[in-house]
Ligand binder design. Structure first.
Ligand code: PGA
Ligand code: ZN
Length: 433
């Protein structure tokens, strides 16, 4: 009954108005699963390939009709008739069919669409929500949300060099409470920015994009908004950053034009250490650049025991890159973006590799998203305890929060809110939830 009967690819739009792949998979029993694929702006160099048409007469070259044609042609031909429950076999079939190391021929946007739509169709056939189909009976942990409230870097056109400034309601009792607290801080910050005459338009991930020039300026505003909203910065609402340092690493230095500074890797690491000492920061993602392995290892050595250090560009959700990083002593946590690797099976391999090594796992959106909520279900399925899915504004972001709120309601008394329990580098006392 769970045999795949049809695979249909389409070109739809993402939150930036760029084309992206949507796939629907239908099974013999009439069940179906549909997913749309996200897309990054500050992509790691070793991500699986997002296939674009490069036909400048359509969508400025960003069309995905070739990827869609692969879904409807070669991939459909290979997977129709297979059992949708055989996720590993289906994903391996696509990997073999593609034949490259990074899905450059068929496109990771094509393979991911089919991979996740297959899982959703199988879940539908079992009348089971996706989080339970993937995670089984023990899936019940609602993640700490990393709520992005100030955007910079490649996600906004302000002078701020660091890409993401986030808050984590570590002191909340429940996920819905965390969302409420986040929203209160978000709106307090908006009022503060407005009172200062700052722009309160939002960037790609729904956070504000004021004309700040330094990380300190953003951090001071955030901690003050937290306090003004009635919470203790640190104990109740912690701060998390994604500098996305690969974006400003040039010629062996960290060059920050907004701030007018250039730092050597050692100076940059020292600067980050001072920020962690001076502000209630519990997590730094991509603090060092993807090619600066030495800087990464040194920073992990110096502050990895007291701050979560999340590898995004440096690992690209790739189990082999992650294993290599673990051997080198890089980071203590991995960011998981399903389109960086291109199948559900490989995503779950990365998660297992991380968990075996004691690394934490943060499920993440991309800056280009859609109304799709797959990652909300994945975060609960894996009980990984952390999700990064943007701000509390813009429907492409709030769709994920709303899905988590529904899952929390559905789980009822079984639901557990992770708080800071899975954040690496915190004193055990702070991690008990
Ligand atoms: P991206 O950025 O989706 O634009 O690549 C998100 C991130 O760096 O975490
Ligand atoms: Zn990142």
């Amino acid at each position: 009954m769970t045999r795949i009967q049809r695979v249909n690819g389409y070109q739809v739009l993402d939150s930036r108005g760029n084309p992206t792949v949507e796939v629907e998979v239908g099974l013999e029993d009439g069940s179906a699963g549909r997913v749309s694929v996200p897309s990054g702006a500050s992509t790691g160099t070793r991500e699986a390939v997002e296939l674009r048409d490069h036909d400048s007469s359509r969508f400025h070259g960003r069309g995905v009709l070739n990827a869609v044609a692969h879904v409807n042609g070669e991939i459909a031909g290979a997977v129709i008739g297979m059992d949708a429950e055989d996720q590993v076999a289906i994903d391996q079939t696509m990997i073999d069919l593609d034949g490259t190391a990074n899905k450059a021929r068929l496109g990771a946007n094509a393979t991911l669409g089919v991979s996740v739509a297959v899982a959703k169709a199988a879940a539908a056939a079992h009348r089971t929500p996706l989080y339970r189909y993937v995670g089984g009976a023990s899936a019940r942990v609602l993640p700490l949300p990393m709520i992005n409230i100030i955007n910079g870097g490649a996600h906004a056109d302000n002078p701020l060099d660091f890409q993401e400034f986030m808050i984590g309601p570590v002191g909340a009792e429940t996920f819905s409470d965390a969302v409420r607290i986040g929203s209160e801080v978000f709106h307090t910050l908006k009022a503060d920015l407005s009172a200062e005459g700052q722009n309160t338009n939002v960037g790609d991930e729904g956070g504000f994009a004021p004309a700040f020039r330094s990380a300190e300026e953003a951090l001071d505003h955030i901690t003050s908004a937290v306090e003004r909203a009635g919470y203790r910065a640190g104990a109740e609402v912690a701060v998390l950053l994604d500098p996305a340092a690969s974006e400003f690493y040039t010629g062996g230095s960290y060059v920050c034009p907004g701030e007018s500074t250039t730092r050597s890797p050692d100076e940059h690491a020292d600067y980050l250490r001072r920020l962690v000492d001076g502000y209630p920061i519990i997590s730094l993602e991509d603090p060092m650049a993807q090619d600066d392995h030495e800087g990464w290892a040194r920073l992990t050595e110096s502050i990895g025991d007291r701050c979560q250090l999340v590898g995004d560009d440096v690992f690209c959700t790739n189990p082999a890159l992650l294993a290599d990083g673990i051997r080198r002593g890089i980071a203590n946590s991995v960011l998981v973006k399903i389109n960086q690797i291109g199948t559900l099976t490989e995503t779950l391999d990365t998660v297992r590799t991380a968990q075996r090594a004691g690394y934490s796992v943060v499920i993440s959106h991309r800056s280009g998203e859609t109304e799709d909520t797959t990652i909300a279900d994945l975060a609960v399925a894996l009980n990984c305890g952390q999700i990064k899915t943007g701000s509390l504004s813009r429907s492409d972001r709030t769709a994920k929060y709303n899905r988590l709120l529904r899952i929390e309601a559905q789980l009822g008394t079984q639901a557990r809110y992770a708080g800071a329990s899975t954040v690496k580098g915190l004193a055990p006392r702070a991690r008990v939830s």
